[in-house]
Design a protein around this ligand. Structure first.
Ligand SMILES: [Zn+2]
Length: 143
């Protein structure tokens, strides 16, 4: 890869990565880790955003070394960028299910009871802390 292309890639990725450390957008149509699981939970959106910022910065450094390292870091960004929110969501809600309200990004979480396996729609991510299973009365989050 010509040096000028390497510097260009490093500048674009590094610039965006560093920017993303200092500035974080609310869920939107253009930028961020845009998945149903990140739209359903703002906390997971924010954590995924931070991971993407780290990877972009890593990609910038990788581009300076070689194109091969750059490509490897791109693959990591894409694969882990998707797996990470899925993992966080699974750990928090005990399911990957979600439900969708009216708007295009109105994804809402579904929680699965750890006691009886009952699936329950939640109005938003914040409701998880107080919600109890409708079937067995068990709280979804341990206090
Ligand atoms: Zn239950």
């Amino acid at each position: 890869m010509p040096r000028s292309a390497a510097y260009f890639l490093a500048a674009v990725c590094g610039g965006l990565g560093v920017l993303m450390f200092f500035w974080r957008a609310a869920p939107n149509m253009w930028i961020g880790v845009r998945l149903p699981w990140t739209f359903a939970d703002r906390q997971i959106w924010d954590k995924s955003w931070r991971l993407a910022a780290m990877f972009l910065t890593g990609m910038a450094v990788g581009a300076l070394f070689s194109f091969k390292i750059f490509i490897i870091s791109v693959i990591h960004l894409v694969v882990l960028g998707i797996l990470y929110p899925i993992f966080l969501y699974w750990r928090k809600y005990n399911t990957l299910r979600f439900w969708k309200d009216q708007g295009w990004k109105d994804y809402r979480p579904v929680a699965r009871c750890r006691g009886c396996g009952h699936f329950q729609k939640l109005p938003d991510a914040g409701a998880l802390a107080e919600a109890r299973c409708e079937a067995c009365g068990r709280p979804f989050q341990e206090k």
